[in-house]
Design a binder for this molecule. Structure first.
Ligand code: AMP
Ligand code: MG
Length: 405
């Protein structure tokens, strides 16, 4: 059985020739997308020297000797507000400007003293302390210089980065197309969540959980009607699913008599691997169905989502040009014993909490069964427990992969 790392390696190697296609979107639709083209500034930001405070713009040399018992009084020559630059006006050293945050700092002054440090009296202001040159001035180009490559391809667009593009005058940007992901669930026992299950039946939760997981990973999910455990019908559904960029099936990849998804893959595709040394999720399969990349995820709901997290999400991210997909892994102390010993790598749903002294630690969800959907409740991450280790006692340090990083 291969390791998780080898499986990940094989998946990513299988797509070295995949070329994500750029599409143009408006800034309003760009959040979470992956940038396909560098963004280079064609101006200085800020575009002019401006004040970072409401106060008085003055020549620092005029107040160099100012003290509480030796104040310097300056005459206010004009008021400058944001959006209203002064037409060339010069002032004498005993004069200053009243200036607002964001207003252009005129030539002839070299610093701004905030209003809180002054004593204004009508057309005069009393200064009781010296100020260094440059105080409270945001210089032209100090944030972004003209012709700087500010954003590189592969960057995931956040609200802040969309703000930068707007500042630079972009209304649209090139991002990588979302891959389309077909979701096929299999099993005679499954009914749609809208229906009341009959004897021996359960509701199909994987289709919807995987749909949501695909959306969160940036893919474009498509639900294919569910397939019963019938080879011909499974093949029919998979043929339909093969029109998309990637196929995710759930169920039917284990060793039961009716686990026919693997058979369909062997007949109409190529199997790259089947079974990974992990818990939950051991029966996961990967390959190509016809020419389309294919994941056969296990049917147990927890196994389906854990294998999605470890194998499918990285692929969907890379299909969009995002190579910075690995989750943050923290080393944290256990706040409770974790006594289960597994011969496979164990991915344990867990919560990150504070101990009585306020230090962060980790608490495993109580029941780690692969069908226990409530083990995800309030889960922040997956504790990664190496195979053949344990029991792990309170205080021991464990690796935790953060699910929302
Ligand atoms: P399988 O991998 O097909 O052997 O299924 C393993 C377990 O997962 C069985 O208990 C199934 O009933 C359950 N299961 C399979 N598919 C789904 C699904 N789409 N939603 C919820 N449970 C499922
Ligand atoms: Mg099944």
């Amino acid at each position: 059985m291969i390791t998780v790392e080898e499986a990940q390696q094989r998946i990513l190697e299988s797509m070295v020739h995949y070329q994500p296609r750029p599409v143009t979107v408006s800034l309003a639709e760009a959040v979470g997308r992956v940038l396909a083209q560098a963004v280079v500034s064609d101006l200085d930001i800020p575009p002019f020297d401006n004040s970072s405070m409401d106060g008085f713009a003055l020549l620092s040399s005029a107040v160099i000797d100012a003290k509480a018992d030796h104040p310097v009084d300056l005459e206010v020559a004009a008021t400058i507000s944001a959006g209203h630059p002064l037409s060339d006006l010069s002032i004498a050293p005993h004069q200053c400007y009243r200036i607002m945050t964001g207003a252009p700092v005129p030539k002839g002054v070299d610093s701004v003293i905030q209003v809180e440090w002054t004593e204004p009296h009508g057309d005069w202001v009393r200064i009781t302390r010296p100020v260094p040159p440059g105080l409270n001035i945001r210089y032209k180009g100090s944030d972004i210089a003209d012709q700087t490559e500010v954003l590189t391809p592969g960057t995931v667009l956040t609200p802040a980065l969309i703000g930068i593009m707007a500042t630079l005058g972009r209304t649209h940007c090139a991002v990588f197309r979302r891959p389309s992901i077909a979701i096929v669930s299999t099993g005679d026992e499954l009914v749609d969540p809208s229906l009341t299950p009959g004897p021996g039946q359960i509701r199909n939760s994987n289709a919807y959980a995987l749909y949501a997981a695909v959306l969160q990973a940036g893919g474009d999910p498509v639900l294919i009607p569910h397939a019963p455990d019938d080879l011909h019908l499974i093949i029919e559904r998979l043929n339909d699913a093969a029109r998309y960029d990637l196929i995710l099936s759930s169920g039917g990849v284990s060793v039961g008599d009716f686990d026919l998804v693997k058979t369909a893959l062997q007949q109409h595709g190529t199997q790259n691997f089947w079974r990974v040394n992990m818990k939950p999720g051991k029966p996961v399969a990967f390959g190509h169905y016809r020419d389309t990349p294919f994941f056969g995820l296990p049917g147990n709901p927890v196994s389906a989502l854990v294998t999605f997290e470890l194998f499918v999400r990285p692929m969907i991210r890379q299909m969009q040009g995002d190579f910075r997909w690995p989750r943050l892994v923290l080393q944290l102390p256990l706040l409770e014993d974790f006594t289960e010993v597994a011969d496979r790598r164990h991915y344990v749903r867990c919560q990150i909490r504070r101990d009585s002294l306020g230090a962060l630690g980790v608490i495993p969800s109580p029941d780690q069964g692969s069908a226990i959907q409530t083990s995800w409740l309030q889960a922040d991450g997956l504790m990664v427990i190496p195979e053949h280790t344990g029991p792990w006692l309170r205080g021991a340090t464990v690796a935790v992969m953060l699910l929302h990083s």
